[in-house]
Design a binder for this molecule. Structure first.
Ligand code: XMP
Length: 523
Protein backbone atom coordinates (compact mmCIF):
# COMPACT_ATOMS: atom_id res chain seq x y z
CA UNK A 1 0.00 0.00 0.00
CA UNK A 2 2.09 2.94 -1.11
CA UNK A 3 -0.39 5.83 -1.11
CA UNK A 4 -2.44 6.58 1.95
CA UNK A 5 -4.42 9.36 3.56
CA UNK A 6 -4.82 9.35 7.33
CA UNK A 7 -8.12 10.64 8.68
CA UNK A 8 -7.93 11.77 12.29
CA UNK A 9 -11.34 11.33 13.86
CA UNK A 10 -12.51 14.00 16.29
CA UNK A 11 -15.87 12.34 16.80
CA UNK A 12 -17.74 13.82 13.86
CA UNK A 13 -20.81 12.12 12.44
CA UNK A 14 -19.36 12.24 8.92
CA UNK A 15 -15.95 10.64 9.62
CA UNK A 16 -16.87 7.45 7.79
CA UNK A 17 -18.33 9.44 4.95
CA UNK A 18 -15.05 11.31 4.49
CA UNK A 19 -13.30 7.94 4.22
CA UNK A 20 -15.86 6.79 1.64
CA UNK A 21 -15.30 9.90 -0.45
CA UNK A 22 -11.53 9.58 -0.36
CA UNK A 23 -11.75 5.98 -1.49
CA UNK A 24 -14.18 7.00 -4.23
CA UNK A 25 -11.25 9.03 -5.56
CA UNK A 26 -9.28 5.74 -5.67
CA UNK A 27 -7.06 6.78 -2.79
CA UNK A 28 -6.65 4.42 0.15
CA UNK A 29 -7.36 5.93 3.55
CA UNK A 30 -7.76 4.87 7.14
CA UNK A 31 -9.68 6.50 9.98
CA UNK A 32 -7.71 6.75 13.22
CA UNK A 33 -8.46 8.29 16.60
CA UNK A 34 -7.24 11.87 16.94
CA UNK A 35 -4.82 10.63 19.60
CA UNK A 36 -2.60 9.00 16.97
CA UNK A 37 0.82 10.49 17.65
CA UNK A 38 2.91 12.37 15.13
CA UNK A 39 5.48 9.56 15.29
CA UNK A 40 2.83 6.95 14.50
CA UNK A 41 1.57 9.06 11.62
CA UNK A 42 5.08 9.53 10.30
CA UNK A 43 5.69 5.78 10.41
CA UNK A 44 2.71 5.30 8.08
CA UNK A 45 4.18 7.81 5.66
CA UNK A 46 0.82 9.18 4.48
CA UNK A 47 0.39 11.54 1.56
CA UNK A 48 -1.99 13.71 3.55
CA UNK A 49 -3.95 14.05 6.77
CA UNK A 50 -7.59 15.04 7.20
CA UNK A 51 -9.04 16.29 10.48
CA UNK A 52 -12.75 15.44 10.75
CA UNK A 53 -15.53 17.42 12.34
CA UNK A 54 -16.65 16.81 15.89
CA UNK A 55 -19.21 17.96 18.46
CA UNK A 56 -16.83 19.88 20.75
CA UNK A 57 -15.64 23.47 20.98
CA UNK A 58 -11.89 23.82 20.57
CA UNK A 59 -11.75 26.14 23.56
CA UNK A 60 -13.63 23.70 25.81
CA UNK A 61 -11.70 22.28 28.77
CA UNK A 62 -11.55 18.69 27.47
CA UNK A 63 -11.65 19.40 23.77
CA UNK A 64 -9.92 16.77 21.64
CA UNK A 65 -6.68 18.13 20.19
CA UNK A 66 -4.05 16.47 18.08
CA UNK A 67 -0.35 16.16 18.79
CA UNK A 68 1.20 19.57 17.96
CA UNK A 69 4.10 17.75 16.30
CA UNK A 70 1.66 16.71 13.53
CA UNK A 71 2.06 20.25 12.16
CA UNK A 72 5.82 19.76 11.90
CA UNK A 73 5.70 16.63 9.74
CA UNK A 74 5.60 18.52 6.46
CA UNK A 75 2.53 16.51 5.44
CA UNK A 76 -0.49 18.31 3.90
CA UNK A 77 -3.46 18.74 6.24
CA UNK A 78 -7.10 19.42 5.47
CA UNK A 79 -9.27 20.39 8.43
CA UNK A 80 -13.04 20.03 8.10
CA UNK A 81 -15.50 21.83 10.44
CA UNK A 82 -14.16 21.14 13.96
CA UNK A 83 -10.94 20.12 12.20
CA UNK A 84 -10.78 23.55 10.57
CA UNK A 85 -11.35 25.30 13.88
CA UNK A 86 -8.69 23.14 15.49
CA UNK A 87 -6.13 24.18 12.88
CA UNK A 88 -6.99 27.82 13.57
CA UNK A 89 -6.89 27.35 17.33
CA UNK A 90 -3.68 25.30 17.56
CA UNK A 91 -1.80 27.50 15.11
CA UNK A 92 -2.58 30.79 16.86
CA UNK A 93 -5.84 32.01 15.32
CA UNK A 94 -9.10 32.60 17.16
CA UNK A 95 -12.29 30.52 17.34
CA UNK A 96 -15.45 31.68 19.06
CA UNK A 97 -19.18 31.11 19.15
CA UNK A 98 -20.71 32.39 15.94
CA UNK A 99 -23.43 35.07 16.29
CA UNK A 100 -25.81 32.56 14.69
CA UNK A 101 -25.37 28.89 13.86
CA UNK A 102 -25.49 27.81 10.25
CA UNK A 103 -27.11 24.52 9.46
CA UNK A 104 -27.95 22.97 6.10
CA UNK A 105 -27.34 24.08 2.54
CA UNK A 106 -25.60 27.43 2.59
CA UNK A 107 -24.36 29.72 -0.14
CA UNK A 108 -20.60 30.10 0.18
CA UNK A 109 -18.37 32.48 -1.73
CA UNK A 110 -15.08 30.80 -2.59
CA UNK A 111 -12.23 33.04 -3.67
CA UNK A 112 -10.56 32.62 -7.02
CA UNK A 113 -7.03 32.84 -5.66
CA UNK A 114 -7.51 29.73 -3.54
CA UNK A 115 -5.64 26.51 -4.32
CA UNK A 116 -8.31 24.29 -2.82
CA UNK A 117 -11.13 25.74 -4.90
CA UNK A 118 -9.12 25.75 -8.11
CA UNK A 119 -11.27 23.13 -9.82
CA UNK A 120 -14.39 25.20 -9.07
CA UNK A 121 -13.12 28.59 -10.09
CA UNK A 122 -10.97 27.16 -12.90
CA UNK A 123 -13.99 25.62 -14.61
CA UNK A 124 -15.58 29.01 -14.81
CA UNK A 125 -12.49 30.35 -16.56
CA UNK A 126 -12.04 33.12 -14.07
CA UNK A 127 -8.57 34.56 -13.70
CA UNK A 128 -7.04 34.21 -10.27
CA UNK A 129 -7.62 37.11 -7.91
CA UNK A 130 -10.69 38.18 -9.85
CA UNK A 131 -13.00 37.82 -6.90
CA UNK A 132 -15.31 35.08 -5.73
CA UNK A 133 -17.57 32.36 -7.03
CA UNK A 134 -20.74 31.20 -5.30
CA UNK A 135 -21.31 27.55 -4.52
CA UNK A 136 -23.64 25.63 -2.21
CA UNK A 137 -22.09 23.83 0.75
CA UNK A 138 -23.40 21.89 3.73
CA UNK A 139 -22.89 23.74 6.99
CA UNK A 140 -23.34 22.52 10.54
CA UNK A 141 -21.62 24.64 13.15
CA UNK A 142 -22.08 26.88 16.17
CA UNK A 143 -18.44 28.05 16.48
CA UNK A 144 -16.50 29.77 13.76
CA UNK A 145 -13.03 31.00 12.97
CA UNK A 146 -12.99 34.71 13.81
CA UNK A 147 -9.31 35.24 13.14
CA UNK A 148 -7.03 33.12 10.98
CA UNK A 149 -3.49 32.29 12.20
CA UNK A 150 -0.46 34.11 10.83
CA UNK A 151 0.49 33.04 7.33
CA UNK A 152 -3.03 31.91 6.41
CA UNK A 153 -5.31 33.63 3.93
CA UNK A 154 -9.08 33.56 4.01
CA UNK A 155 -10.40 31.73 0.95
CA UNK A 156 -14.18 31.60 1.47
CA UNK A 157 -16.92 33.35 3.40
CA UNK A 158 -20.63 33.23 4.11
CA UNK A 159 -22.84 35.98 5.53
CA UNK A 160 -22.13 34.48 8.98
CA UNK A 161 -18.54 33.26 8.61
CA UNK A 162 -15.91 35.78 7.68
CA UNK A 163 -13.46 32.90 7.30
CA UNK A 164 -15.43 29.90 6.02
CA UNK A 165 -12.17 28.56 4.60
CA UNK A 166 -8.50 29.38 4.96
CA UNK A 167 -5.25 28.09 3.60
CA UNK A 168 -1.48 28.24 3.90
CA UNK A 169 -0.26 26.88 0.55
CA UNK A 170 3.46 26.84 1.49
CA UNK A 171 2.82 24.65 4.51
CA UNK A 172 0.03 22.89 2.57
CA UNK A 173 -2.52 23.44 5.37
CA UNK A 174 -6.16 23.84 4.30
CA UNK A 175 -9.31 24.29 6.33
CA UNK A 176 -13.01 24.47 5.50
CA UNK A 177 -15.82 25.23 7.89
CA UNK A 178 -18.34 23.38 5.70
CA UNK A 179 -18.57 19.68 4.83
CA UNK A 180 -17.32 18.92 1.32
CA UNK A 181 -17.97 15.20 1.92
CA UNK A 182 -21.74 15.65 2.26
CA UNK A 183 -23.65 15.21 -0.97
CA UNK A 184 -25.42 18.56 -0.51
CA UNK A 185 -22.09 20.33 -0.97
CA UNK A 186 -22.53 20.66 -4.70
CA UNK A 187 -18.87 20.91 -5.57
CA UNK A 188 -17.44 19.23 -2.48
CA UNK A 189 -15.89 16.36 -4.41
CA UNK A 190 -13.96 18.84 -6.53
CA UNK A 191 -12.46 20.29 -3.36
CA UNK A 192 -11.51 16.86 -2.03
CA UNK A 193 -10.04 15.86 -5.39
CA UNK A 194 -7.98 19.02 -5.50
CA UNK A 195 -6.63 18.29 -2.05
CA UNK A 196 -5.77 14.73 -3.02
CA UNK A 197 -4.41 15.37 -6.50
CA UNK A 198 -2.92 18.86 -6.46
CA UNK A 199 -1.92 19.19 -2.82
CA UNK A 200 -1.09 15.63 -1.72
CA UNK A 201 -0.02 14.51 -5.21
CA UNK A 202 -1.91 11.23 -4.98
CA UNK A 203 -2.06 9.27 -8.21
CA UNK A 204 -5.36 7.58 -7.33
CA UNK A 205 -4.22 4.02 -7.90
CA UNK A 206 -6.20 2.25 -5.16
CA UNK A 207 -8.11 -0.53 -6.93
CA UNK A 208 -9.82 -3.69 -5.84
CA UNK A 209 -7.45 -5.88 -7.82
CA UNK A 210 -4.53 -4.32 -5.99
CA UNK A 211 -6.35 -4.90 -2.69
CA UNK A 212 -6.95 -8.56 -3.53
CA UNK A 213 -3.34 -9.05 -4.62
CA UNK A 214 -1.91 -7.38 -1.52
CA UNK A 215 -4.34 -9.17 0.81
CA UNK A 216 -3.49 -12.57 -0.66
CA UNK A 217 0.24 -11.90 -0.27
CA UNK A 218 -0.23 -10.65 3.31
CA UNK A 219 -2.33 -13.67 4.28
CA UNK A 220 0.23 -16.09 2.81
CA UNK A 221 2.97 -14.42 4.78
CA UNK A 222 0.98 -14.47 7.99
CA UNK A 223 -0.43 -17.99 7.75
CA UNK A 224 2.69 -19.74 6.46
CA UNK A 225 1.93 -23.43 6.68
CA UNK A 226 -0.70 -22.97 9.42
CA UNK A 227 -4.26 -24.34 9.49
CA UNK A 228 -7.18 -21.93 9.07
CA UNK A 229 -10.81 -22.35 10.04
CA UNK A 230 -13.72 -20.30 8.69
CA UNK A 231 -17.34 -20.27 9.83
CA UNK A 232 -19.15 -19.75 6.57
CA UNK A 233 -22.67 -18.36 6.70
CA UNK A 234 -23.16 -17.80 2.99
CA UNK A 235 -23.44 -14.05 3.65
CA UNK A 236 -21.39 -11.59 1.63
CA UNK A 237 -18.69 -10.90 4.22
CA UNK A 238 -17.93 -14.45 5.24
CA UNK A 239 -18.06 -15.63 1.61
CA UNK A 240 -15.59 -13.01 0.42
CA UNK A 241 -13.31 -13.66 3.40
CA UNK A 242 -13.43 -17.40 2.71
CA UNK A 243 -12.60 -17.03 -0.99
CA UNK A 244 -9.75 -14.67 -0.24
CA UNK A 245 -8.32 -17.17 2.24
CA UNK A 246 -8.89 -20.00 -0.15
CA UNK A 247 -7.02 -18.14 -2.85
CA UNK A 248 -4.17 -17.44 -0.46
CA UNK A 249 -3.71 -20.74 1.36
CA UNK A 250 -5.76 -23.32 -0.55
CA UNK A 251 -6.16 -26.60 1.26
CA UNK A 252 -4.94 -25.20 4.57
CA UNK A 253 -8.40 -23.62 4.88
CA UNK A 254 -11.42 -25.50 6.18
CA UNK A 255 -14.87 -23.93 5.91
CA UNK A 256 -17.64 -25.07 8.18
CA UNK A 257 -21.16 -24.24 7.09
CA UNK A 258 -23.94 -24.96 9.55
CA UNK A 259 -27.37 -25.40 7.98
CA UNK A 260 -29.67 -24.65 10.89
CA UNK A 261 -32.83 -25.23 8.90
CA UNK A 262 -33.73 -21.55 9.14
CA UNK A 263 -32.18 -20.51 5.85
CA UNK A 264 -34.11 -19.27 2.87
CA UNK A 265 -35.35 -21.75 0.26
CA UNK A 266 -32.47 -23.67 -1.38
CA UNK A 267 -29.89 -21.46 0.32
CA UNK A 268 -27.92 -24.32 1.84
CA UNK A 269 -27.55 -25.95 -1.57
CA UNK A 270 -26.57 -22.63 -3.15
CA UNK A 271 -23.77 -22.16 -0.62
CA UNK A 272 -22.65 -25.74 -1.17
CA UNK A 273 -22.71 -25.28 -4.95
CA UNK A 274 -20.18 -22.48 -4.58
CA UNK A 275 -18.00 -23.71 -1.73
CA UNK A 276 -18.61 -27.47 -1.78
CA UNK A 277 -16.62 -30.19 -3.53
CA UNK A 278 -18.25 -29.51 -6.89
CA UNK A 279 -17.87 -25.75 -6.67
CA UNK A 280 -15.15 -23.57 -8.14
CA UNK A 281 -13.31 -23.26 -4.83
CA UNK A 282 -13.55 -26.96 -3.86
CA UNK A 283 -11.65 -26.71 -0.58
CA UNK A 284 -12.20 -28.52 2.67
CA UNK A 285 -15.88 -27.79 3.03
CA UNK A 286 -17.94 -29.23 5.83
CA UNK A 287 -21.70 -28.82 5.65
CA UNK A 288 -23.46 -29.72 8.85
CA UNK A 289 -27.11 -30.48 8.31
CA UNK A 290 -28.31 -29.67 11.78
CA UNK A 291 -31.90 -28.76 10.94
CA UNK A 292 -33.52 -31.34 13.21
CA UNK A 293 -31.36 -30.39 16.18
CA UNK A 294 -32.45 -26.77 15.87
CA UNK A 295 -36.14 -27.62 15.36
CA UNK A 296 -36.05 -29.84 18.45
CA UNK A 297 -34.48 -27.13 20.59
CA UNK A 298 -36.96 -24.55 19.32
CA UNK A 299 -40.06 -26.64 19.97
CA UNK A 300 -42.49 -24.88 22.28
CA UNK A 301 -40.48 -21.63 22.48
CA UNK A 302 -42.39 -18.48 21.56
CA UNK A 303 -40.51 -15.61 23.16
CA UNK A 304 -38.28 -13.80 20.57
CA UNK A 305 -35.18 -13.29 22.70
CA UNK A 306 -35.40 -16.86 23.97
CA UNK A 307 -35.55 -18.07 20.35
CA UNK A 308 -32.50 -16.02 19.41
CA UNK A 309 -30.63 -17.36 22.43
CA UNK A 310 -31.47 -20.98 21.67
CA UNK A 311 -30.42 -20.61 18.02
CA UNK A 312 -27.18 -18.86 18.99
CA UNK A 313 -26.25 -21.42 21.63
CA UNK A 314 -27.05 -24.38 19.44
CA UNK A 315 -24.99 -22.87 16.64
CA UNK A 316 -21.98 -22.63 18.90
CA UNK A 317 -22.47 -26.19 20.08
CA UNK A 318 -22.66 -27.57 16.54
CA UNK A 319 -19.66 -25.53 15.43
CA UNK A 320 -17.67 -26.54 18.48
CA UNK A 321 -18.30 -30.23 17.76
CA UNK A 322 -17.04 -29.80 14.21
CA UNK A 323 -14.04 -27.76 15.30
CA UNK A 324 -13.07 -30.52 17.76
CA UNK A 325 -13.02 -33.01 14.92
CA UNK A 326 -10.60 -30.79 13.03
CA UNK A 327 -8.36 -30.33 16.07
CA UNK A 328 -6.23 -27.34 16.88
CA UNK A 329 -6.15 -24.68 14.19
CA UNK A 330 -3.76 -21.77 13.96
CA UNK A 331 -6.16 -19.12 12.68
CA UNK A 332 -9.89 -18.38 12.80
CA UNK A 333 -11.28 -16.22 9.98
CA UNK A 334 -13.75 -13.44 10.78
CA UNK A 335 -15.66 -11.43 8.19
CA UNK A 336 -15.37 -8.19 10.21
CA UNK A 337 -15.70 -5.14 7.95
CA UNK A 338 -14.64 -1.52 8.41
CA UNK A 339 -17.89 -0.06 9.82
CA UNK A 340 -17.75 -2.72 12.58
CA UNK A 341 -14.20 -1.68 13.39
CA UNK A 342 -15.02 2.02 13.46
CA UNK A 343 -18.19 1.55 15.48
CA UNK A 344 -16.31 -0.47 18.05
CA UNK A 345 -14.29 2.55 19.10
CA UNK A 346 -11.24 3.42 17.12
CA UNK A 347 -7.87 2.04 17.92
CA UNK A 348 -9.26 -0.53 20.31
CA UNK A 349 -9.01 -4.21 19.58
CA UNK A 350 -11.19 -5.58 16.80
CA UNK A 351 -14.78 -6.40 17.56
CA UNK A 352 -16.08 -9.82 17.00
CA UNK A 353 -19.35 -9.37 15.17
CA UNK A 354 -22.39 -9.86 17.27
CA UNK A 355 -23.92 -12.20 14.69
CA UNK A 356 -25.01 -15.32 16.41
CA UNK A 357 -23.23 -17.33 13.72
CA UNK A 358 -19.81 -15.87 14.41
CA UNK A 359 -19.97 -14.07 17.73
CA UNK A 360 -18.86 -16.14 20.64
CA UNK A 361 -16.95 -18.61 18.50
CA UNK A 362 -13.49 -17.50 19.61
CA UNK A 363 -14.27 -18.73 23.12
CA UNK A 364 -15.09 -22.18 21.86
CA UNK A 365 -12.51 -22.84 19.18
CA UNK A 366 -8.91 -23.72 19.89
CA UNK A 367 -6.92 -21.28 17.78
CA UNK A 368 -3.98 -18.93 18.07
CA UNK A 369 -4.98 -15.84 16.13
CA UNK A 370 -7.89 -14.22 14.31
CA UNK A 371 -7.59 -13.18 10.68
CA UNK A 372 -9.83 -10.37 9.47
CA UNK A 373 -8.93 -9.78 5.84
CA UNK A 374 -11.82 -7.34 5.22
CA UNK A 375 -11.42 -5.15 8.27
CA UNK A 376 -10.40 -2.14 6.19
CA UNK A 377 -13.22 -2.39 3.62
CA UNK A 378 -16.67 -0.84 3.41
CA UNK A 379 -19.59 -3.04 2.39
CA UNK A 380 -19.62 -1.94 -1.23
CA UNK A 381 -15.87 -2.49 -1.39
CA UNK A 382 -16.34 -6.00 0.00
CA UNK A 383 -18.78 -6.56 -2.85
CA UNK A 384 -16.29 -5.23 -5.39
CA UNK A 385 -13.62 -7.53 -3.95
CA UNK A 386 -16.11 -10.40 -4.22
CA UNK A 387 -16.69 -9.71 -7.90
CA UNK A 388 -12.96 -9.35 -8.43
CA UNK A 389 -12.53 -12.80 -6.87
CA UNK A 390 -15.14 -14.26 -9.21
CA UNK A 391 -17.84 -14.96 -6.61
CA UNK A 392 -21.27 -15.31 -8.28
CA UNK A 393 -23.36 -12.13 -8.30
CA UNK A 394 -26.27 -13.69 -6.42
CA UNK A 395 -23.95 -14.17 -3.44
CA UNK A 396 -22.13 -10.87 -3.79
CA UNK A 397 -25.34 -8.81 -3.93
CA UNK A 398 -27.22 -10.85 -1.38
CA UNK A 399 -29.43 -8.73 0.83
CA UNK A 400 -28.78 -8.80 4.57
CA UNK A 401 -30.02 -11.94 6.24
CA UNK A 402 -30.02 -12.20 10.02
CA UNK A 403 -27.96 -14.84 11.78
CA UNK A 404 -31.01 -16.43 13.45
CA UNK A 405 -32.55 -16.58 9.98
CA UNK A 406 -36.20 -17.43 9.52
CA UNK A 407 -36.37 -18.09 13.25
CA UNK A 408 -37.03 -14.37 13.74
CA UNK A 409 -39.36 -14.12 10.73
CA UNK A 410 -41.74 -16.71 12.09
CA UNK A 411 -43.74 -15.12 14.85
CA UNK A 412 -44.27 -17.47 17.77
CA UNK A 413 -43.16 -21.08 17.84
CA UNK A 414 -40.94 -22.32 15.01
CA UNK A 415 -42.01 -25.60 13.42
CA UNK A 416 -40.75 -27.34 10.26
CA UNK A 417 -44.19 -26.72 8.70
CA UNK A 418 -44.00 -22.98 9.36
CA UNK A 419 -40.45 -22.89 8.00
CA UNK A 420 -41.71 -24.54 4.80
CA UNK A 421 -44.50 -21.97 4.44
CA UNK A 422 -42.27 -18.94 4.94
CA UNK A 423 -39.56 -20.37 2.67
CA UNK A 424 -42.03 -20.96 -0.16
CA UNK A 425 -43.73 -17.58 0.22
CA UNK A 426 -40.42 -15.75 0.43
CA UNK A 427 -39.08 -17.50 -2.68
CA UNK A 428 -42.15 -16.41 -4.66
CA UNK A 429 -41.84 -12.85 -3.36
CA UNK A 430 -38.15 -12.63 -4.26
CA UNK A 431 -38.76 -14.09 -7.69
CA UNK A 432 -41.49 -11.57 -8.50
CA UNK A 433 -39.51 -8.61 -7.12
CA UNK A 434 -36.74 -9.65 -9.49
CA UNK A 435 -39.19 -10.02 -12.40
CA UNK A 436 -40.33 -6.46 -11.73
CA UNK A 437 -36.70 -5.31 -11.86
CA UNK A 438 -36.76 -4.07 -8.26
CA UNK A 439 -34.36 -6.52 -6.61
CA UNK A 440 -31.37 -4.18 -6.70
CA UNK A 441 -33.49 -1.12 -5.80
CA UNK A 442 -34.96 -2.33 -2.52
CA UNK A 443 -32.56 -2.51 0.41
CA UNK A 444 -34.28 -5.37 2.17
CA UNK A 445 -37.42 -7.33 1.42
CA UNK A 446 -38.73 -10.64 2.65
CA UNK A 447 -41.79 -12.60 3.66
CA UNK A 448 -42.54 -13.33 7.30
CA UNK A 449 -45.15 -15.57 8.86
CA UNK A 450 -47.61 -14.14 11.32
CA UNK A 451 -48.92 -16.31 14.07
CA UNK A 452 -52.43 -15.39 13.04
CA UNK A 453 -54.79 -17.79 11.37
CA UNK A 454 -57.97 -16.54 9.78
CA UNK A 455 -60.97 -17.85 7.97
CA UNK A 456 -60.94 -18.04 4.21
CA UNK A 457 -62.73 -19.85 1.45
CA UNK A 458 -61.08 -22.10 -1.11
CA UNK A 459 -63.45 -23.52 -3.72
CA UNK A 460 -66.44 -24.69 -1.71
CA UNK A 461 -64.48 -25.20 1.48
CA UNK A 462 -63.87 -23.10 4.52
CA UNK A 463 -60.17 -22.68 5.35
CA UNK A 464 -58.47 -21.58 8.53
CA UNK A 465 -54.91 -20.80 7.56
CA UNK A 466 -51.94 -18.51 8.25
CA UNK A 467 -51.38 -14.95 7.09
CA UNK A 468 -48.06 -14.21 5.38
CA UNK A 469 -46.65 -10.68 5.79
CA UNK A 470 -44.63 -9.01 3.05
CA UNK A 471 -42.05 -6.42 4.08
CA UNK A 472 -39.90 -4.15 1.89
CA UNK A 473 -37.79 -1.27 3.14
CA UNK A 474 -35.52 1.46 1.84
CA UNK A 475 -32.58 2.33 4.04
CA UNK A 476 -28.90 3.10 3.90
CA UNK A 477 -27.86 2.44 7.46
CA UNK A 478 -30.51 -0.09 8.58
CA UNK A 479 -30.89 1.99 11.77
CA UNK A 480 -33.92 3.72 10.30
CA UNK A 481 -35.98 2.56 7.35
CA UNK A 482 -38.71 3.86 5.09
CA UNK A 483 -41.41 1.71 3.58
CA UNK A 484 -40.90 0.86 -0.06
CA UNK A 485 -43.97 1.80 -2.08
CA UNK A 486 -44.25 -1.35 -4.15
CA UNK A 487 -46.46 -1.28 -7.23
CA UNK A 488 -49.93 -2.74 -6.55
CA UNK A 489 -49.48 -4.93 -9.56
CA UNK A 490 -46.48 -6.58 -7.89
CA UNK A 491 -48.25 -6.99 -4.55
CA UNK A 492 -51.29 -8.41 -6.34
CA UNK A 493 -49.21 -10.91 -8.30
CA UNK A 494 -47.25 -12.06 -5.24
CA UNK A 495 -50.45 -12.36 -3.19
CA UNK A 496 -52.25 -14.47 -5.71
CA UNK A 497 -49.24 -16.72 -6.26
CA UNK A 498 -48.70 -17.25 -2.53
CA UNK A 499 -52.30 -18.11 -1.70
CA UNK A 500 -52.52 -20.39 -4.73
CA UNK A 501 -49.16 -22.09 -4.47
CA UNK A 502 -48.32 -22.24 -0.78
CA UNK A 503 -50.39 -24.69 1.19
CA UNK A 504 -51.46 -23.34 4.58
CA UNK A 505 -51.75 -19.65 3.64
CA UNK A 506 -55.09 -17.92 3.17
CA UNK A 507 -54.15 -14.26 3.48
CA UNK A 508 -51.26 -11.94 2.52
CA UNK A 509 -50.62 -8.62 4.29
CA UNK A 510 -48.22 -5.78 3.50
CA UNK A 511 -46.35 -4.20 6.42
CA UNK A 512 -46.55 -0.40 6.13
CA UNK A 513 -44.58 0.41 9.29
CA UNK A 514 -41.41 2.47 9.24
CA UNK A 515 -38.43 1.88 11.49
CA UNK A 516 -38.80 3.31 14.09
CA UNK A 517 -41.22 2.44 15.60
CA UNK A 518 -41.07 -1.06 14.06
CA UNK A 519 -37.78 -2.90 13.51
CA UNK A 520 -36.99 -4.34 10.11
CA UNK A 521 -37.17 -7.92 11.32
CA UNK A 522 -40.21 -9.09 13.25
CA UNK A 523 -38.50 -10.43 16.34
P1 XMP B 1 -33.73 -4.71 12.86
O1 XMP B 1 -34.72 -5.85 12.86
O2 XMP B 1 -33.00 -4.57 14.14
O3 XMP B 1 -32.65 -5.10 11.77
O4 XMP B 1 -34.35 -3.43 12.41
C1 XMP B 1 -31.67 -4.24 11.26
C2 XMP B 1 -30.79 -5.04 10.31
O5 XMP B 1 -30.04 -6.04 11.02
C3 XMP B 1 -30.38 -7.34 10.57
N1 XMP B 1 -30.48 -8.19 11.75
C4 XMP B 1 -29.55 -9.11 12.09
N2 XMP B 1 -28.41 -9.48 11.48
N3 XMP B 1 -28.03 -11.07 13.19
C5 XMP B 1 -27.66 -10.47 12.02
O6 XMP B 1 -26.65 -10.85 11.45
C6 XMP B 1 -29.14 -10.75 13.86
O7 XMP B 1 -29.45 -11.32 14.90
C7 XMP B 1 -29.95 -9.72 13.27
N4 XMP B 1 -31.12 -9.15 13.64
C8 XMP B 1 -31.42 -8.20 12.69
C9 XMP B 1 -31.71 -7.19 9.85
O8 XMP B 1 -31.90 -8.19 8.86
C10 XMP B 1 -31.59 -5.80 9.26
O9 XMP B 1 -30.84 -5.82 8.07
Amino acid sequence: MNEEIIILDFGGQYSQLIARRIRECSVYCEVHPYTLSAAEIKAKNPKGIIFTGGPNSVYGADSPQCDMAVYELGIPILGICYGAQLLAHQLGGRVETAPVSEYGKTEVEVFTDSVLFRKITGEKNLPARSGAVKTICWMSHTDYISQVPDGFTVTACTPVCPAAAMEHPEKRFYAVQFHPEVVHSKEGMKMLRTFLEDVCRCSGSWRMDSFVETAVADIRKKVGSGKVLCALSGGVDSSVAAVLLSKAVGKQLTCVFVDHGLLRKDEGDEVEAVFGPKGPYARNFIRVNAQDRFYEKLAGIEEPEQKRKVIGEEFIRVFEEEAKKIGTVDFLVQGTIYPDVIESGLGKSAVIKSHHNVGGLPDFVDFKEIIEPLRMLFKDEVRKAGLELGIPEHLVFRQPFPGPGLGIRIIGEVTPEKVRIVQEADAIYRQEVKNFGLDQKLNQYFAALSNMRSVGVMGDFRTYDYAVILRAVMTTDFMTAEIAELPWELIGKVTSRIVNEVKGVSRVLYDCTQKPPATIEFE
